[in-house]
Design a protein around this ligand. Structure first.
Ligand code: GLN
Length: 380
């Protein structure tokens, strides 16, 4: 394997989902729903295939899909963007992240990330040759240490990568945090890459897009996808929204990574994104109930549970159960209890920072969540 990827192992999500199958454990690890996406979206995909929409898509997106993304973005943020010049459709947000790094970061550029962070950030930054600077968000509230952020910025800082609502903690960046990050980015001419794939799963506060802050659109790449919002994580439809001068870099990388994304799925994505507001309200209500079930259950089991305001994840402190670290705890949980969680130490540059924390997902039907809690009550 190439040197730039030597330190990365099989992703933790793959490892844990394989163990779940091997041990017949209930999988509250990898974030994929165990229920299906909505029929009207699945029907639209079938129809698109039947209608012969099966050849290469326009490289940066099927026109109607770009248009639907622009409409959605306007509803959500009030920003009007040109669907053909400022939106690139990619194979999932993970590709949008990679294309953003590879298209806009030069070797040696510094990029600031907030740990814990989604594992692909560090791997794709490494592919781009970036210097990664990590700032750790700490429990109980995972607030951004703004002074630390300010001192991390140097003349070599090209970008900061944020993720709100935040995987794995469920933290939502506050307006004050976003304002401070924004003004420091403007002052120091730093870009923001903003991963907002959980924007529709915001429970405690309204989601705020970095691009909507004054002066920020021109220096922000907003990254999003269909998977979480429509419970279709296997479709791998994502996108990047950015002003033309940044879109150019993203598209150059995208053109030579995948060239184009699945044509019929983009047609169906356009239908999905035009869902009535009631769809999004119902999604949030359903997930709110699931969250309550899991959070209450985990507290009853005896975990210290940190508040999750968004995403479909919740992070707990496992130390009341006496295992030495998060990896040991998750192994015990799979083998002896029959439940899968994700150890968080892989989401830090310094794994020590995550050794007390594990992540559970609640994107499962209520029966599954309750059975997992029952197993833990019995056997932990
Ligand atoms: N984003 C999902 C999670 O955090 C999984 C993504 C993946 O499997 N690579 O669980």
């Amino acid at each position: 394997v190439a040197k730039r990827l030597e330190k990365f192992k099989t992703t933790i999500f793959t490892q844990m989902s394989m163990l779940a199958i091997k041990h017949g454990a209930i999988n509250l690890g990898q974030g994929f729903p165990n229920f299906d996406g909505p029929d009207f979206v699945k029907e639209a995909a079938i129809q698109a295939i039947k209608d012969g929409k099966n050849q290469y898509a326009r490289g940066f997106g099927v026109p109607d899909c770009n248009a639907a993304i622009a409409e959605r973005f306007k509803k959500d943020t009030g920003l009007v963007v040109d669907p053909d010049k400022e939106i690139t459709v990619t194979s999932g947000c993970t590709e949008a992240i990679a294309a953003t790094m590879l298209g806009l970061i030069n070797p040696g550029d510094e990029v600031i990330v907030f740990a814990p962070f989604y594992d692909s950030y560090e791997a794709t930054l490494s592919m781009a040759g970036a210097q990664v600077k990590s700032i750790t968000l700490r429990p109980p509230d995972f607030a951004v240490p703004l002074d630390e952020f300010k001192s991390a910025i140097s003349k070599n800082t090209r970008a900061v990568l944020i993720n709100t609502p935040h995987n794995p903690t469920g933290k939502m960046f506050t307006r004050e945090e976003l304002d401070t990050i924004a003004s420091l980015c403007i002052e120091n001419d730093v870009l923001v890459f903003s991963d907002e794939v959980y924007d529709k799963l915001a429970f405690e506060a309204d989601h705020i897009s970095m691009a909507s802050l004054p002066g920020m659109y021109e220096r922000t790449v907003t990254l999003n996808s269909l998977g979480k919002t429509f419970s279709l994580t296997g479709w791998k439809i994502g996108w990047a929204i950015a002003p033309p001068h940044l879109t150019w870099g993203v598209r150059q990388a995208h053109s030579y990574l995948t060239f184009a994304t699945s044509t019929p799925m983009q047609s169906a994505a356009a239908v999905a994104l035009r869902a009535p507001d009631s769809y999004y309200e119902e999604l949030r209500r359903d997930y709110s109930t699931k969250k309550e079930i899991l959070v209450k259950g985990l507290k009853d089991v005896g975990f210290k549970v940190f508040p999750s305001s968004g995403t479909y994840f919740v992070v707990v402190d496992h130390t009341p159960f006496g295992l030495e670290n998060d990896i040991a705890f998750c192994e015990y949980l799979i083998k002896e209890v029959g439940v899968v969680a994700i150890p968080t130490s892989v989401f830090y540059l310094n794994p020590e920072d995550g050794k007390n924390l594990v992540r559970f997902t609640f994107c499962k039907d209520e029966g599954t969540l309750l059975s997992a809690v029952e197993r833990m009550k019995e056997k932990l």
